[in-house]
Design a protein around this ligand. Structure first.
Ligand SMILES: NC(=O)C1=CN([C@@H]2O[C@H](COP(=O)(O)OP(=O)(O)OC[C@H]3O[C@@H](n4cnc5c(N)ncnc54)[C@H](O)[C@@H]3O)[C@@H](O)[C@H]2O)C=CC1
Ligand SMILES: CC(=O)C(=O)O
Length: 377
């Protein structure tokens, strides 16, 4: 199979979908890898390193897309890339389609087989989302701490406090991977941390992990309103896989926050959980203010720490991509239920139920959408 890796074009997206080590794995298995020139440079991987690993360096994105059987990316394709979609092309990347209706339509119209990293699932865990959630969760606390500084238009508080002065309060809504990693960092910074989740079992696990270093609260509008009002830093970390994030923090709640408080809505890639966030921001211009509160809504946070993120991401994506290359996409999907759950669009159908429901499409199972291909295996 020919595997193509275009350079990422999203604002400040410096990650790349394959490292030279990944190239070696494909080449050793008998595949060809095309890397767009300078695709790895933001993560510290030169064209020479890729060539040494056995890849071919290609000068244009168009050529990479057109010559490849499978495109591996990090972020969802942007509108300028939709022209490269074609029937049967395999696209393996983050997609977040519930928040990207135009992309969903373009994938549907073109017949691409689109496998989303974020819905590949094993025993209710999301192995291809987890490392980036670890990165973004850890970043959320340090970014929030920085925007609380007066020179960044924040309240001017230090999360740790000092002897004789109260600690800053951090409220985290969603106690999964992002929430847990944000909590680790916030605790390390000395903050007073509250975690809210809908799952009583998850709250028990968090209590076992952190003991009295955190407070836990059940997710309901009453508890959320109280915890938001007292938060200096609010972190959004809720996920319902594939679906648009629920708006748990209303505009009324944001109005009760102190001027100069900070919201970091990590869940923005699925639409975000905060009503006052009406747009995605970029690393170039990451915040806006509403009701005196600083809002941060960057959808590719790990892109700012690309060396760490690229290695962490490719550690988990390459084994799945190798299965697709070695077996062919249909056999790989048929034999690996985790990968099958990653299929969001195939043969012009939306094959992930939550995406179909949120975007108003008819949901078609993977088995049905690929009936011909799977029965002829
Ligand atoms: N902005 C960015 O750059 C990045 C964003 N993310 C996003 O962060 C979000 C969270 O991801 P993970 O932590 O990996 O997900 P996860 O599945 O590990 O955790 C989600 C948590 O939300 C909880 N939850 C669900 N409904 C809830 C409700 N109504 N109230 C409170 N809690 C609720 C679940 O019980 C679960 O514990 C996702 O949207 C993910 O895509 C991840 C990485 C980077
Ligand atoms: C998860 C995701 O969207 C990201 O890492 O950018």
């Amino acid at each position: 199979m020919i595997i193509g890796v275009p350079k990422e074009i999203k604002n400040n997206e410096n990650r790349v979908a394959l490292t030279p080590a990944g190239v070696v794995s494909f080449v050793n298995a008998g595949h060809s890898v095309l890397i767009e020139t300078n695709a790895g440079i933001g993560s510290g991987f030169t064209d020479e390193a890729y060539e040494k690993a056995g890849a071919q360096i290609i000068n244009s994105a168009e050529e990479v897309w057109k010559k490849s059987d499978m495109i591996m990316k990090v972020k969802e394709p942007l509108a300028s890339e939709y022209q490269y979609f074609r029937q049967g092309l395999i696209l393996f990347t983050y997609l977040h389609l519930a928040a990207e209706p135009a992309l969903a339509q373009a994938l549907k119209d073109s017949g691409v087989i689109a496998i989303a990293y974020e819905t590949v699932s094993v025993n209710k865990t999301l192995p291809l989302l987890t490392p980036m959630s670890e990165v973004a969760g850890r970043m959320a606390a340090q970014i929030g701490a920085a925007f609380l500084q007066k020179n960044n238009r924040g309240q001017g508080i230090l999360l740790a406090g000092v002897p004789g002065v109260s600690r800053g309060k951090v409220t985290i809504i969603g106690g999964g991977i992002v929430g847990t990693n944000a909590a680790k960092m916030a605790i390390g910074l000395g903050a007073d941390v509250t975690i809210i989740d809908l799952s009583a079992d998850r709250l028990r696990q968090l209590d076992d992990i952190f003991g009295n270093q955190i407070k836990t609260l059940m997710s309901n509008p009453y508890n959320i309103a109280e915890a938001v009002a007292e938060a200096d830093l609010l972190i959004g970390a809720v996920l319902i896989p594939g679906a648009k994030a629920p708006k748990l923090v209303t505009e009324e709640m944001v109005r009760t926050m102190k001027p100069g408080s900070v919201i970091v809505d990590v869940a923005i890639d699925q639409g975000g959980i905060v009503e006052t966030i009406d747009h995605v921001t970029t690393h170039d211009n990451p915040t806006f203010e509403k009701h005196g509160v600083i809002h941060y809504s960057v959808a590719n946070m790990p892109g700012a720490v690309p060396r760490t993120s690229t290695i962490a991401l490719t550690n988990v994506t390459v084994p799945y991509a190798l299965q697709i290359a070695n077996k062919g996409v249909y056999k790989a999907i048929a034999e690996n239920p985790a990968l099958k759950l990653g299929v969001n669009v195939a043969n012009g159908e939306i094959t992930y139920e939550a995406v179909a429901k949120d975007l108003g499409y008819q949901y078609v199972t993977v088995e049905k959408a690929l009936e011909k291909e799977l029965t002829s295996l």
